[in-house]
Design a protein around this ligand. Structure first.
Ligand SMILES: Cc1ncc(COP(=O)(O)O)c(C=O)c1O
Length: 480
């Protein structure tokens, strides 16, 4: 049995192993993963149904070996990609000028606009030497990554009390170096939609771009609107929105490795293209970040949209509204818990209104009951990404949540036990640069021979942890 990573011997066997045995080993390996099939996880996996997943496997398999690097070689992929982009543009109310590409995921769909806005600024405003893009604090870190990769300064601005982008704070940070603004629909941490219309007004006033990160909402919110739920407008209907990212592998229920980035016109998209006419290997060109692009992901995404259809997406939207409302109502009925902001559907975070009841201790209790819990650090809270299948577990989850709150109330020291203090300390640790350095060290360990790196989930040096623990205990002792 190869049930743990430590069982991996790092050896390519002399002779190939029996495929049946290997498939069994793969099954065994996955047994230690989060229990998403039983709907015990609230992150990472977006799933419509077993039947849909089996269909995606088949569609992916048909194009497993194909490569969209050369669009002339696989006309099939070119036509599927064009159609996926067109379907996305139409869904987001783009006109025929809207153009885009498929990418490997949300991160690439955010890296590319950072690059495109930078390149466009270089061409149009060559005097800008230090380009800046302004993003609300809740925007996805892939934008920071893009800033680091492409040498663009990403300026983070605070949120309003309802966890949405603060338009005035963004306005105040606009300088002559600002080349674009970003808003989310919705943002990952709180699931709330930023005030895109106001941000677009600002972008138009200043003649700069506005990217809407709809990686989460791109294939969900349009259908929510179609089933009659009013939402603020955030897509290409809003003049001033110049690009949108939308993940197929999230609520488009495609296989992993599929997203779209669309721009209002070629005037933006062309700035992310690359060509090398001088390589001895031949003229090389590409429209996005990778070289080889897996055809399977394109085929499965195309097949997913076509198989679900309008009816299927609207049915999913109703189920998602229903399951989201059940979670929200249930959480709100357990004092002192509160849902943060007003997330419309699918994604939300909740925490404790009473600082004496630790959200992280509640999370620990849920973990012990077999739920995979994701934690947010500002404020201390629990994160949920819902799939329609969560309708089967909502009552059980809420029952465990009630029990968790009762347990933490009865055992106030729970916040000083288990992993709760670790998460709390990491969230509150001063010297964020040191936290960052330590996280990078953990990644180094993950990619070296020295253990799997997961032994140090705190990312903090032991003496600092001891000191902070001591401070937390003292603060509790003196009731502060
Ligand atoms: C709003 C948002 N943008 C971007 C991303 C990055 O997507 P990916 O993990 O597919 O790269 C995510 C991921 O959850 C997201 O929620």
């Amino acid at each position: 049995m190869m049930g743990k990573e430590s069982d991996c011997d790092g050896v390519i066997p002399l002779q190939g192993l029996d495929k049946g045995v290997l498939l069994e080993r793969l099954q065994a390996l996955s047994s230690g993963d989060i229990r998403w099939r039983e709907h015990r996880a609230f992150a990472l996996v977006y799933e419509l149904s077993d039947e849909h997943t089996a269909f995606l496997q088949e569609a992916y398999g048909l194009f497993l070996a194909t490569n969209a690097l050369n669009p002339m070689a696989f006309k099939s992929l070119r036509s599927m990609e064009r159609e996926v982009v067109r379907m996305t543009a139409n869904l987001l109310h783009g006109d025929t000028d809207v153009v885009g590409v498929m990418t490997s995921g949300g991160t690439e769909s955010l890296l590319l606009p950072v690059l495109a806005y930078r390149q466009r600024a270089r061409a149009r405003w060559p005097w800008i030497k230090r380009p800046e893009i302004i993003v609300p604090e809740s925007a996805h870190p892939a934008l920071m990554k893009g800033g680091e990769y492409f040498d663009v300064r990403i300026v983070r601005t605070p949120l309003t009390a309802d966890f949405r982008a603060d338009v005035d704070a963004i306005r105040r940070r606009i300088t002559s170096n600002t080349i674009a603004i970003v808003g989310s629909a919705p943002c990952y941490p709180y699931g709330v939609v930023d005030p895109i219309e106001e941000l677009a007004g600002l972008a138009r006033e200043r003649g700069i771009g506005l990217h809407v990160d709809a990686c989460l909402g791109g294939f969900l919110l349009p259908w929510i609107e179609r089933v009659g739920r009013a939402l603020p407008t955030w897509d290409f209907r809003v003049p001033g929105v110049t690009s949108i990212s939308a993940d197929l592998h999230k609520y488009g229920y495609a296989a992993k490795g599929a997203s779209v980035v669309v721009y209002r016109s070629m005037d933006y998209l062309r700035h992310q293209f690359f060509a090398d006419a001088d390589w001895c290997g031949g003229v090389y060109a590409s429209s996005s970040l990778p070289g080889t692009r897996p055809g399977g992901a394109i085929a499965a995404a195309w097949a997913s949209l076509k198989a679900i259809g309008e009816d299927g997406f609207m049915d999913n939207a109703r189920r998602m509204l229903d399951v989201s409302q059940r979670f929200k109502d249930g959480i709100r009925a357990i004092p002192p818990l509160e849902v943060l902001g007003d997330p419309p559907v699918g994604v939300m975070a909740f925490g404790s209104r009473d600082k004496r009841l630790s959200g992280f201790a509640v999370a620990d209790f849920l973990g012990e009951r077999g739920w995979h819990v994701d934690r947010l650090q500002h404020p201390e809270s629990i994160h949920l990404i819902l799939n329609p299948g969560h309708e089967h577990v909502v009552d059980e989850y809420l029952e465990d949540l009630r029990a968790a709150v009762a347990h933490v109330r009865a055992h106030p020291d729970a916040s000083l036990e288990g992993s709760a203090p670790m998460y709390g300390l990491v969230a509150r640790a001063p010297m964020r640069r040191m936290v960052k350095r330590n996280v990078l060290k953990v990644i180094e360990r993950l990619h070296s021979g020295a253990g799997d790196g997961t032994d140090d989930a705190t990312h903090l040096p032991a003496p600092l942890l001891r000191l902070m623990r001591w401070r937390a205990r003292a603060a509790r002792l003196f009731g502060r």
